[in-house]
Design a protein around this ligand. Structure first.
Ligand code: TYD
Ligand code: MG
Length: 463
């Protein structure tokens, strides 16, 4: 294939340069120029000025427009894989022509999940193609044996050249193709190395175009950097229809798959799996899996009822407050660090709890990431419990957002959270006043609070 002309484009301001420059000539930002294929200039293109009517007529023919009301809303055609937890995050199944990006740490189970999904679809009679750039066909076969699907009719292609992959997809015409991973694929149209931003972007764009033009569903596997973002440009997330992230601790067997963007379903929906000897199995009732199994309550631990997607989950929040030094550390795993700093300030100002000279560590058990502010109250109670070296009572749960003024704000769908906690045998709850149910919930003593100070008083009263 003849090499097309390449251009370097600034990811910040869009300025272009025929050669790579460290500093963008447009906006002066550093290291923002990436390689891109130059668009062929349209013949006779001239500069357009805004105010001249009819000036575009020479460029292209006007296209007919239709009122929105006249367009029939076609439901997207989806196929459920039959793996319920996966279908849940996808919004019901694989969508025709849909592009899914799935990210996660190495070894967390991306390849396993997708091979299982392809096998399930293949059993439904759909032609499927698995393109592997990281492993040989033999390694994929080995995994399939482990999964007990070695007799599967999933088609496998071990290839990293984009043009060859596109040609093969065209010839095979699968209903769904998995590219494992997008970082290994490269196009010979670009001189950049495989895995570079330019390559990843260009290859993903080609595959997205293919999906839209043919109705083939495309799944791209993406690596995650140490900082937890998808390696490659953010633009990848904008390009695709659905972005799924694997979460979870590789040391525990549970894996969460979270939809952080979904044009065909709800965001923040999660699917919960357990990694077993024979691949990933869906966990239908995940509410209790993120509780560590203490027989007796320990200081620094508070159970939070969080609402992930459509299901409540109980997650143990652990805190350790310990003698620090001149520059005490604040560390959080699974929770936002900035939010932790804010909560410590609120604790100090409104509840008189000072941790300024102490190290504070906070952890959400099980490798789950919690982004909802309703975790605030549980985080604060875990911190004060550690500081006082007093355990919260047995069967204790809390949730609620805390504001800078020390007010405790309601969490969405409080009733559901409380009911789930009661179902799992929890007996005491501290919740925002607005979340207190009108009718009592059997077995659950509910303390409704409006302010942080009140919450602290309630807890002291329970000692
Ligand atoms: P893998 O799907 O290769 O991860 P990724 O593609 O995200 O890098 O998962 C590999 C891990 O899962 C590996 O540590 C072995 C484990 N595993 C099981 O525990 N059971 C299984 O049935 C399979 C196939 C893998
Ligand atoms: Mg893999």
């Amino acid at each position: 294939m003849a090499k097309e002309k390449t251009l370097y484009t600034c990811t910040e301001c869009g300025a272009t340069s025929p050669r790579w420059l460290g500093k963008c000539p447009g906006c002066g930002a550093w290291n923002t120029l990436i390689e891109a294929l130059a668009e062929p200039a349209a013949a006779g293109r001239n500069r357009l000025s805004a105010a001249v009517p009819g000036q575009y007529a020479g460029l292209a023919q006007a296209q007919p427009v239709v009122p929105l009301a006249a367009i029939e809303a076609a439901d997207v055609a989806r196929t459920a894989t039959g793996m319920d937890e996966l279908d849940r995050v996808l919004g019901g199944g694989v969508v025709e022509g849909g592009v899914v990006l799935i990210g996660g740490d190495p070894g967390i189970g991306k390849s396993t999940l997708l091979l299982q999904a392809l096998d399930a679809l293949q059993r439904l009679g759909l032609p499927t193609l698995y393109v592997t750039g990281e492993e040989s066909g033999a390694q994929v076969a080995l995994r399939s044996r482990r999964l007990g699907i070695e007799g599967s009719q999933v088609q496998v292609l071990a290839e990293i050249g984009l043009e060859k992959i596109l040609a093969t997809v065209d010839a095979v015409q699968p209903a769904i193709v998995v590219i494992d991973s997008i970082q290994t694929v490269y196009s010979d149209q670009l001189t950049s190395a495989p895995g570079s931003v330019a390559q990843v972007r260009e290859c993903a764009a080609h595959l997205t175009r293919l999906a839209k033009a043919t109705g083939i569903a495309v799944v791209l596997v993406g690596h995650v950097t140490k900082e937890g973002a998808l390696a490659g440009p953010r633009v990848l997330e904008h390009m695709v229809d659905t972005v799924l992230y694997f979460e979870g601790d590789t040391h525990s067997s549970f894996r969460l798959v979270r939809a952080i963007k979904n044009r065909f379903g709800a965001v923040n929906e999660i699917g919960v799996f357990a990694m077993t000897e024979r691949g990933l199995r869906g966990v239908a009732n995940p509410s209790a899996i993120f509780l560590s199994q203490h027989s007796e309550p320990v200081p620094g631990s508070c159970v939070l009822v969080t609402l992930e997607g459509s299901r409540p989950l109980l997650v143990e929040i652990q805190a350790l407050v310990d003698g620090g030094g001149i520059s005490p550390r604040r560390l959080s795993v699974g929770l936002e660090r900035d939010r932790l700093a804010m909560l410590l300030a609120v604790l100090h100002r409104h509840a008189g709890v000072a941790c300024a000279d102490q190290d504070v560590f906070v952890n959400a058990v099980g490798g789950v990431r919690i982004s909802e502010p309703a975790a605030d109250l549980a985080v604060m109670l875990a911190i004060t419990s550690s500081l006082r070296a007093r355990a919260l009572p047995k069967g204790f749960i809390a949730f609620g957002e805390v504001g800078l003024a020390g007010e405790v704000r309601p969490a969405p769908r409080g009733q559901e959270r409380l009911k789930e906690a009661a179902k799992l045998g929890f007996t005491v709850a501290v919740v925002p006043k607005a979340n207190a149910p009108r009718k009592p919930i059997a077995g659950l003593a509910i303390h409704a609070v409006e302010r942080v100070e009140e919450a602290m008083d309630v807890v002291r009263g329970l000692d």
